[in-house]
Design a protein around this ligand. Structure first.
Ligand SMILES: NC(=O)c1ccc[n+]([C@@H]2O[C@H](COP(=O)([O-])OP(=O)(O)OC[C@H]3O[C@@H](n4cnc5c(N)ncnc54)[C@H](OP(=O)(O)O)[C@@H]3O)[C@@H](O)[C@H]2O)c1
Length: 282
């Protein structure tokens, strides 16, 4: 199958490129294609004619989007629409990723795939716009929501550092750290997600919306606690309320993504340990 990966210089895009390596995918970062340029997207994608396009590109600065919401909409919203229009024109399939942040965040038990999004922040609204663009323009799609991605950092200029890497970096220069004791969600190991995407395609599951995270959930504090315990950090981690770190964008308080359609992915603690071992942190 001919595969084109967009956002290949990002964390998830890089992992997808590795997991699909034997299929020799074409992998583009924003240097190769700016997805906000609709005409160029159509020209380049239709000239490559991939049977499968996987879009891992995104504007991921959640707080920055409050100030530059139009940029977030161009990349996360209309950019997805441009890709979907091109893939639809050549009769291909599109895989796209969204976030737990599209939900309001007041459902303690979590959100299933069919729950109605109610995005609160500019970033969340831009990602929901992307979901709508995808659904409107290409029926042959997989929309996969995830949360709290961690894994090997991408190679692109503006890629996001994961919470795990940030905690490890801070632990090297601090004896006391603080983490928010609120906001419950499920971490997602980029390798496990990329591998699950491959399985979903191999299994030939129906098109539609799916939730793929590792099993289990945690607050940011519990997430940090696990990272720091695994690397045997000798410092003190303090749980703090979310208002201790004022941030521009509102975050959901409870945004566990319930997976009601696929076999569960392994527990996040096991995946985290695996990541730390493969990266030589433990
Ligand atoms: N990170 C998380 O915690 C998280 C949580 C929930 C959902 N997600 C979703 O998961 C997916 C993957 O995220 P990630 O963390 O792997 O992203 P990332 O590491 O920040 O990488 C973002 C990628 O998007 C590309 N990109 C940005 N603007 C672009 C443009 N205008 N045209 C083309 N490419 C552009 C970047 O390319 P260059 O670097 O080459 O510029 C980079 O390859 C995204 O859909 C994201 O919204 C992530």
């Amino acid at each position: 199958m001919s595969i084109l990966i967009i956002g290949g210089t990002g964390m998830l895009g890089g992992e997808l490129a590795r997991v699909f390596e034997d299929q020799q995918p074409i992998v583009w970062g924003s240097d190769q294609l700016d997805i906000t340029d609709g005409e160029e997207v159509f020209r380049r994608v239709t000239s490559v004619t991939p049977e499968l396009l996987i879009n891992a590109a995104a504007y991921n600065d959640v707080d920055g989007a409050e100030r530059s919401g139009s940029r977030a909409n161009l990349v996360n919203g209309y950019g997805v629409g441009h890709l979907a229009r091109a893939v639809s024109a050549i009769g291909g399939t599109m895989v796209h990723f969204s976030t737990d942040y599209v939900f309001r965040g007041d459902k303690r038990e979590g959100y299933s795939e069919d729950d109605i999004p109610d995005p609160q922040s500019a970033y969340a609204k831009s990602k929901f716009l992307g979901e709508q663009e995808l659904q409107k323009r290409i029926p042959s799609h997989y929309l996969i929501r995830l949360s709290r991605l961690f894994g090997v950092k991408g190679t692109g200029p503006d890629v996001k550092e994961s919470f795990v890497d940030k905690m490890i970096r801070l632990s090297e220069s601090h004896h006391v750290l603080q983490a928010v004791k609120e906001e419950v969600s499920s971490p997602t190991y980029a390798h496990d997600l990329a591998y699950r995407v491959r399985e979903m395609l191999d299994w030939g599951i129906p098109f539609g919306t799916y939730h793929v995270t590792n099993s289990g959930s945690c607050t940011w504090y519990e997430f940090a606690q696990q990272v720091l315990a695994l690397i045997d950090w000798g410092g003190t981690l303090e749980p703090v309320p979310s208002d201790k770190f004022p941030r521009d964008a509102e975050r959901p308080s409870y945004s566990i993504l319930l997976n009601t359609k696929l076999p569960p992915v392994r527990d996040w603690r096991e995946a985290l340990k695996d990541y730390l071992i493969t990266q030589g942190f433990i």
